[in-house]
Design a binder for this molecule. Sequence first.
Ligand SMILES: [Zn+2]
Length: 400
Amino acid sequence: MRAWTARTTGAVAASVLVTVAVGPLGSAGAAAPVTAGVARPAEPDVTAVPSNLIIPLQRTALVNGKVKGVTSARPVQLQFSWGRQWIPQGDAMTDVSGGYSLRIPSGKLGTFTYRVAAPATATVPAVASVPFSVSVGEGNPRSYKLFAPAGRWNGCQVIGYRVNLTGAPKGALDDVKIAIANVARASGLRYAYRGTTTVIPGATRAFLSPYPKDTQLVIAWAKPGTTKHLPKASNYVGYGGWLSVARPARLGSTTYYPITQAFVVVDSTRRMPLGFGMGDPEGLQGTWGQLVMHELGHTVGLTHVSDKSQLMYPYLQHRASAWGLGDLGGLYNLGGRFGCFPVASSPKASVSKKYAGLLAPVAGPAAPLAAWMMASQVPDSGGPDAGALSGPHQVSGGDH
Ligand SMILES: [Zn+2]
């Protein structure tokens, strides 16, 4: 990402008219996480079908569904997940056959997890739907771009990450963890924090950096000149990317290189506020949180776009850090819901790249992968390629 030193810029208020298609959220075959106090049978007692999984800011969105076994109107409630609690968000009554419609909030940017619950009555127990996640963003949903060639993570793996905090501001680790959580929620990819490290990605000439075995991603604060990713005396403040030494695999209509290793390097000599707020109105724009989120976007396969309302815009900006609609669509499409490498031919994997994020029928990121995805896993998926015929592939994608 590039530094941008400026006076306060005006509000970025591109009001893009977005045509949002409505897709049915069928039963994705996903089991539900255990939820305290609510019976959880294999077939949910409440179905919940959001009109969209990615919603433009302030755009009306609904969740429709049915409470099973209802013979007269019954109260239902939209609830959102907050820590370990479910917080009431809106109430409605079902019709006499259990059908209901509730409005999903769209006034705040971010990814939120909801469920629809019907409280207990004198005669029937409380029931709830499988949780589902909905993201709210700004800008154009088409504003995302993949690297060429494209890389993506094996959706069936857990990405172990470490942080090199040498020279980092105090509190930087919290920002990294929040930024990772923001990627995980929007993409469905799964991450695990493995601790700190002294590794600086790209510090040697080797294609892959010497990561510990449990680590596929390193986020490092480093001085310019100590890594090939951060040249001295430039206006670059960070670099993020991925490396693949695996065979390419097809998913839907695109060929992807399974990501073997990914990295984020940020310039430890810069001075910016921590967090995900607006940042300083004057001087160096942006925050550490914004920078890390942007670079993490590169690590999952997104490259730059010219839409200023997206975090994948290449300059730090004076605005709060939240994924835009394009970022969200890209993260969704590159995310964990589409299964393992290589993926067996399956109509469910063929998703139009442009609108997949708005259409694809999936459950929330908390849900396990559907059975067909697991069935398509092969023993060497995502692993290094022995390269019997053509030698090891060395493919990478990355940008500042
Ligand atoms: Zn960038």
